[in-house]
Design a protein around this ligand. Structure first.
Ligand code: NDP
Ligand code: PMR
Length: 400
């Protein structure tokens, strides 16, 4: 109830409904998944923990690298017949300086099988974050990427190519959430910040890096765009106002620049809705990529809801009372809470587990941490809307 008050939610979410909700949480779609779905055993967890022994590197203490280009050689130099199994994979993760992205980077690095390119807007923060979780210097490279600038996205792609590393997996993870903003803020090119960063920045990045992924000879090439339950109105969480709704995309089509509207559906600015809308865009984009490119390229496209990671920096702009109450609310009432570490292992599975190699899937996990293919909401699986979103987004980022 206090959380309810703290969040200034409209009274349409009644206490009675909340009571009902918490009473029936063991059931299916409320927590974002359905037990009708086929549940699969989580047979990667052992693999992910095999390399739990830390490889603390004393060179960490000698200072922070002031370059974005790795000093370690490209990892694909093994003999042709062995390289598919022997070389380390390279995974680019956007927003790896905190929360889910950092936990995923660590989980992958810990396997000893991955080199992680941490694509972050704050170089020093990312470097410190990698060290703080004990990542070994050989296992990661920090490179600058500000998704709120399309110019920066292009520069990142150029810099990445100059490293001559192959690209085996791209994880579009970074996001901003502005639930308390009264007025919109804008990206360098003048798009509303949440959709501009979470969707348009990643849209351009994924389009530009698709060619690089195509060229990878890694056994399983993947592109993952992090989605969320709150963008899916077929769940309880997705029905907490304001609900995601892209409408007919008129606001996006008119530039999302605040002159006509800063919301995709053309409505009044609402920071929480803008975030949820951006997550719908992420999930639609993943499916459109799958439809257009999976067969031709062999790349696996996937999205996921990793669970409610209530402690991350995502909620940094929320009011202090929300930040205090949200983790216990998710832990004890909704039971949707997961730790950053657990969420990182989940995303790492989507990156590398052979059993999660199917394309076009939105992954979720049940309470036993077993992954399954989840259902997206009507809007988040609307193929026509996905096509329209694709075409409008292409124009906005200068690809069409
Ligand atoms: P965090 O705030 O901890 O991480 C977000 C990351 O995105 C940070 O590294 C942040 O960088 C980075 N970022 C923000 N803006 C930009 C930008 N302009 N350019 C580059 N990087 C940027 O949040 P989470 O870890 O929770 O969020 C990660 C993903 O998980 C998001 O896609 C979110 O939608 C999704 N998610 C989160 C859930 C949760 O419960 N937390 C639930 C479902 C999905 P910096 O460190 O510099 O701020
Ligand atoms: Mg939610 C099973 C119920 C459930 C789950 C799994 C989440 C996840 N939330 C649930 C229920 C509720 N939430 C209920 C009943 C309420 C009303 C009290 C509620 C409220 C709420 C707020 C105010 N929830 C939130 C907020 C946020 O500001 C978060 C948000 O929407 O960010 C966009 C959020 C979230 N709830 C979740 C998850 C995963 C979030 C983080 C959102 C995300 O990253 O998508």
């Amino acid at each position: 109830m206090a959380l309810h008050a703290a969040c200034s939610l409209p009274s349409t979410i009644s206490i009675q409904k909340e009571g009902k909700i918490s009473a029936s949480l063991k059931e299916t779609t409320l927590t974002g998944f359905s037990f009708y779905n086929h549940l699969r055993a989580d047979n990667i967890s052992t693999l992910l923990t095999i390399k739990e022994q830390r490889r603390q590197n004393p060179r960490f203490s000698t200072g922070i690298r002031a370059q974005t280009v790795t000093a370690t050689p490209p990892a694909n130099e093994a003999s042709p017949e062995k390289k598919k199994t022997q070389r380390k994979g390279t995974a680019v993760i956007t927003g790896a300086s905190s929360g889910l992205g950092l936990a995923t980077a660590k989980a992958l690095a810990d396997t000893g099988k991955w080199h992680v390119v941490m694509a972050c807007r704050n170089f020093l923060k990312a470097e410190k974050a990698a060290r703080s979780v004990g990542m070994s210097k050989e296992d990661y490279t920090v490179m600058h990427l500000d998704l709120a600038s399309l110019e920066s996205v292009k520069q990142f792609v150029d810099s990445f190519r100059r490293t001559e590393r192959p690209l085996d997996v791209l994880v579009c993870n970074a996001a901003v959430y502005q639930p308390t903003a009264k007025e919109p803020s804008f990206t360098a090119e003048g798009f509303e910040l949440s959709v501009g960063t979470n969707h348009l920045g990643h849209f351009l990045l994924s389009r530009l890096l698709l060619d690089d992924l195509k060229q990878s000879d890694y056994p399983s090439k993947r592109m993952i765009i992090v989605g969320s339950i709150t963008g899916n109105t077929n769940t309880l969480a997705g029905n907490v106002p304001p609900k995601a709704n892209l409408g007919d995309l008129r606001g996006l089509a008119s530039g999302l620049n605040g002159q006509n509207s800063s919301m995709i559906d053309g409505g009044e600015f609402d920071g929480a809705k803008a975030y949820k809308d951006s997550k719908v865009c992420n999930m639609l984009t993943m499916q459109e990529l799958h439809r257009r490119y999976h067969e031709e390229t062999g790349v696996t496209f996937a999205s996921l809801y990793p669970g409610c990671i209530a402690t991350t920096g995502l909620f940094r702009e929320h009011i202090p009372l929300f930040r205090l109450l949200f983790p216990p609310f998710q832990k004890y009432i909704t039971k949707g809470y997961v730790s950053e570490e657990e969420a990182g292992k989940r995303l790492a599975q989507v990156v590398s587990d052979p059993s999660l190699g199917k394309s076009g899937v939105y992954w979720s996990w049940n309470n036993n941490s077993s992954s399954f293919e989840n259902q997206l909401s009507k809007e988040a699986s609307d193929a026509e809307k996905a096509k329209k979103l694709w075409e409008v987004s292409e124009k906005l980022v200068g690809l069409a």
